[in-house]
Design a protein around this ligand. Structure first.
Ligand code: HEC
Length: 106
């Protein structure tokens, strides 16, 4: 119970002071959209449902990202199946684009 109170207290302090480090580093889905548009949209489509032309050319079925259960970060850094790793997405961009992909979930 005491721990609980401390955790809640800490969280409240973070909100009030806006000094919480996680707030500064929190993934930003809006910023992630820009990364997505630049690095992922050609293949995955604007809404993540997949570009049929690319799917056909790559002879692969592309799952809608909104319903994907894949580890998005891992897919970007290590690739998966026919998708090659997207090495140019790293650091904050990586976290942000992952947040954006998760925001596509319905
Ligand atoms: C050159 C085209 C291309 C680009 C660029 C690309 N992808 Fe992919 N992606 C694919 C293909 C094709 C697959 C399916 C791979 C397979 O299963 O063989 C895939 C699969 C995935 C999956 C797994 C889906 C699932 O449920 O299996 C995720 C998540 C994903 N991509 C995210 C991203 C993100 C985020 C980016 C941008 C950083 C990106 N991709 C850029 C072509 C691309």
């Amino acid at each position: 119970m005491r721990l609980m109170t401390r955790v809640i207290g800490l969280t409240a302090a973070c909100w009030m002071a806006a000094l919480c480090p996680t707030a500064a580093w929190a993934a930003d889905a809006a910023a992630g959209k820009a990364v997505y548009d630049a690095k992922c949209k050609t293949c995955h489509g604007a809404d993540g449902s997949g570009n049929p032309g690319i799917a056909k050319a790559m002879k692969v079925e592309m799952k809608a990202l909104g319903s994907s259960t894949a580890d998005v970060k891992k897919v970007i850094t290590e690739g998966q199946g026919k998708m090659k790793p997207v090495a140019s997405v790293a650091g904050a961009d990586l976290d942000n684009v992952v947040a954006y992909v998760h925001s596509l979930k319905k």
